[in-house]
Design a protein around this ligand. Structure first.
Ligand code: SF4
Length: 290
C-alpha cells in the first residue's frame, strides 16, 4: 500500500507516493489535480457528476496507479472516456488517448480522426477497451512515433490495429520493426495534410508531426511544450538527452509555421492566436541565447 501524499486536500480522491510526477493528471484535469514538489496532489475534490467524471478519467490515465478513490466511485469510471475530444482542425477531430504508459513516463498520445485515415501520434499503454474504442472510430492507418522515449507498447498496438509505424532512423533502434524509417533531415509528407519534420535535439531522431498547412496543429513529442504558469514555450535543456544546440536549431526550423495548436507529449497544450506562435518561438530563442 502506498501512502497518500501530505499535500492532498481531504476527500475521496487522493494521490499516493507512487506518483512519478509525469504531469498527466494536472494537465488533463487541472481543476482537481495540481503539481507539487516532485509529486502531484489533489487540490480540490470533484463536486458534481461532470467533475467526478474528469477526476476518474485522470485516475484511469495515470501510468502508475498513483491516484486512488473508493471502490464505489471507481465503478463509475466511464467506459468511453478515452479517446477524449480536444479540438478539431479542418475535417480532423483530435483526441487525447489517456491510458498513459510508464514506459514513456506518462507521455500523451493523440488520435487524429479524419476522412483521409486516422493517425495515432505516439502510443498509450496497452488497453484492450481503448483498442476497441479506437477500432469503433475507424481504426488507424498510420502510427507516428515522435522519438525513442515514447514508443511504449507500440508492438501490441500495431498488432491490434494493423497499422504501419513511422519513426526517424536515428531513433530507429527503439522500434526496429517499424515499417517506415525517415532517413534524412527534410520534412516528409506521409499522408494527405500530414507532414513529419525531423527536429533532432531532445533525442537524435526526434520529429514533430504537422497537421494542416495554414493554421496547423503541431504534435511536438518532447521537443517543446507550453508552460501555462509562465505563459512561455519551453525547449528544455534540463530534459535534453542528446544535443541542446541541435535542439535549438530544430526550434528555429519551426518558427515559420503558423501553429494554431501545440499538442506535446508532456507539459501543457496550448492554442495560439494568429501571429502568436512566431512571437512565442522568438521569445524562447531570445531567452535561451541571451
Ligand atoms: S498522473 Fe499519476 S504519476 Fe502522473 S503526475 Fe498524476 S498522480 Fe503522478
Amino acid at each position: 500500500m502506498a501512502r497518500a501524499v501530505a499535500e492532498n486536500v481531504s476527500g475521496p480522491f487522493f494521490v499516493n507516493e507512487r506518483c512519478i510526477d509525469c504531469g498527466t493528471c494536472w494537465t488533463f484535469d487541472p481543476e482537481h489535480y495540481g503539481a507539487g514538489v516532485n509529486t502531484a496532489f489533489v487540490h480540490r475534490q470533484p463536486s458534481g457528476a461532470e467533475a467526478q467524471r474528469q477526476a476518474l478519467l485522470a485516475l484511469q490515465a495515470c501510468p502508475v496507479a498513483a491516484i486512488e478513490t473508493s471502490a464505489e466511485l471507481l465503478q463509475q469510471t466511464p467506459a468511453d472516456g478515452f479517446p477524449a475530444l480536444i479540438t478539431t482542425a479542418g475535417d480532423a477531430e483530435i483526441f487525447y488517448c489517456g491510458w498513459a504508459s510508464r514506459k514513456s513516463f506518462g507521455a500523451r498520445s493523440w488520435l487524429l480522426k479524419r476522412q483521409a485515415g486516422n493517425v495515432l501520434i505516439d502510443v498509450p499503454r496497452w488497453s484492450a477497451p481503448l483498442a476497441r474504442r479506437i477500432q469503433s472510430m475507424g481504426g488507424v492507418s498510420a502510427m507516428v512515433l515522435t522519438h525513442r522515449d515514447d514508443v511504449a507498447d507500440h508492438q501490441r498496438w500495431t498488432q491490434a490495429l494493423g497499422c504501419p509505424r513511422w519513426i526517424h532512423q536515428a531513433d530507429g533502434d527503439a522500434a526496429p520493426e517499424a515499417e517506415h524509417q525517415l532517413n534524412d533531415w527534410d520534412a516528409e509528407t506521409i499522408a494527405p495534410g500530414l507532414q513529419l519534420i525531423p527536429t533532432p535535439g531532445h533525442t537524435a531522431g526526434s520529429l514533430c508531426a504537422v497537421l494542416g498547412e495554414s493554421r496547423c496543429v503541431l504534435f511536438s513529442g518532447d521537443h517543446l511544450w507550453w508552460n501555462a504558469d509562465q505563459q512561455v514555450l519551453v525547449c528544455s535543456k534540463q530534459y535534453c538527452w542528446w544535443d541542446f544546440e541541435e535542439q535549438i536549431r530544430s526550434l528555429e526550423k519551426l518558427q515559420d509555421l503558423d501553429v494554431a495548436w501545440l499538442l506535446p507529449g508532456h507539459g501543457h497544450r496550448h492554442q495560439f492566436a494568429p501571429g502568436q506562435w512566431q512571437q512565442a518561438v522568438q521569445q524562447t530563442l531570445a531567452w535561451i541565447q541571451r
